[in-house]
Design a binder for this molecule. Structure first.
Ligand code: ZN
Length: 365
């Protein structure tokens, strides 16, 4: 236990050092850091101390996902200008150029690219860039290799995260992705070419890291039908103000997965906000979206969103695990919360025994 805690501290320290001492002439390293965190929560992990083998093909796919929106010309309302943001000190970064080319072939969203004939060659080029640029450079701190996350094997196929590292990425996913995105944003803002384009802009964060509202509109009718016209949360009939809610909040896990959506009253959705939903909602979501209607959702939405039941399940398991470890509040209904069960795991044994002796329940139900 002490060893694991020490490793968590070392992990945070290392990530901080990396962001300060690493050489970031392009934005690839931020993207890679984000991609590593994503992969760690999308795959089930045998134990917090386990190693994790990650295919480079998977990482290349993640880079495409993360950069897709960045390859759309940025139109600033404030500066009135419009153009592709540069993501490299010198020439435009290769991944942005590749994705931009795809978008010129009338491919308007990511799933369309994945299902098109261009995906294979694009993926191959991104994989090449991944190996050439960030993969074996991410861990160069003050010009020295410090391979805390994974050994530099120069393998062409995979990396293996050192024991415990995937567990740390899961535990600190919010923090790592927040740091990666902030660093990324700052890097883009610091490139001279971008400065005139962006102006004094606060729109940039949403442009780079928000979800695809257009695609989201395709989801609503499908969900309303699956839910027989009722709000997912309060079960009452939906009305004209119906929202599509990210069941695992987008603020916690910033990727759109087809099985992660539910239809809810705008009021219920606003009240739930960035909270995880209570256990009874979780069970209903699993049953509705991952079991009973899993196939329908895949059929209807895979044109717009990544649809993979197991990935959705892993992400939700991870999110609830973290909530339990943090004794987080789970949203039940407007102004009503429950505590994530499992909080007792962090009580020491004596405290637990005394609770049992006093006849108190271990967890808030
Ligand atoms: Zn409702």
């Amino acid at each position: 236990m002490i060893g694991a805690m020490q490793q968590q501290l070392d992990f945070i320290t290392y990530i901080q050092r990396m962001l300060v001492e690493g050489d970031f002439s392009a934005t690839y390293k931020f993207a890679l850091l984000h991609a590593l965190a994503d992969v760690c929560v999308e795959q089930p992990l045998v134990s917090d101390q386990a190693e994790l083998k990650i295919d480079l093909a998977t990482l290349a796919d993640k880079l495409i996902v993360l950069y897709w929106h960045h390859a759309v010309p940025f139109a600033s309302e404030q500066s009135g200008k419009n153009g592709l943001l540069k993501q490299n000190n010198g020439t435009q970064s290769r991944v942005i150029s590749l994705l931009y080319e795809c978008q010129q072939k009338n491919i308007t969203h990511l799933q369309q690219l994945k299902q098109s004939k261009y995906y294979k060659s694009t993926h191959r080029e991104v994989l090449k860039t991944l190996k050439k640029q960030p993969l074996w450079r991410l861990q160069k701190l003050s010009k020295q290799d410090v391979c805390f996350l994974y050994p530099h094997t120069n393998s062409h196929d995979y990396i293996t995260l050192n024991p415990g590292i995937a567990g740390c990425f899961r535990r600190f996913y919010d923090l790592v992705t927040y740091l990666a995105k902030s660093g990324w944003l700052q890097k883009i803002q610091s490139i001279n070419y971008n400065k005139t384009l962006i102006g004094p802009s606060s729109e940039l964060h949403d442009f780079l890291f928000s979800f695809d509202r257009n695609a989201l509109s395709k989801v609503k009718p499908v969900l309303i039908e699956l839910q027989h016209g009722n709000c997912f949360y309060c079960q009452k009939p939906l009305n004209s103000t119906t929202d599509v809610d990210h069941f695992i909040p987008f603020s916690r896990y910033a990727n759109d997965l087809g099985h992660n959506f539910v239809a809810a009253h705008s009021e219920c959705n606003k009240s739930k906000s960035n909270f995880l939903a209570a256990q009874l909602h979780r069970e209903r979501w699993q049953n509705q979206n991952l079991v009973v209607n899993s196939q329908i959702i895949s059929n209807e939405l895979s044109a717009y969103f990544q649809c993979d039941t197991e990935q959705s399940r892993s992400v939700s398991d991870w999110a609830y695990q973290v909530a339990e470890a943090n004794s987080a509040k789970l949203w039940l209904a407007k102004d009503s919360f429950e505590q994530a069960a499992g909080a007792g795991l962090y009580l020491n044994r004596d405290a637990e025994l005394s609770l049992v002796a006093e006849g108190k329940p271990r967890y808030d139900a």
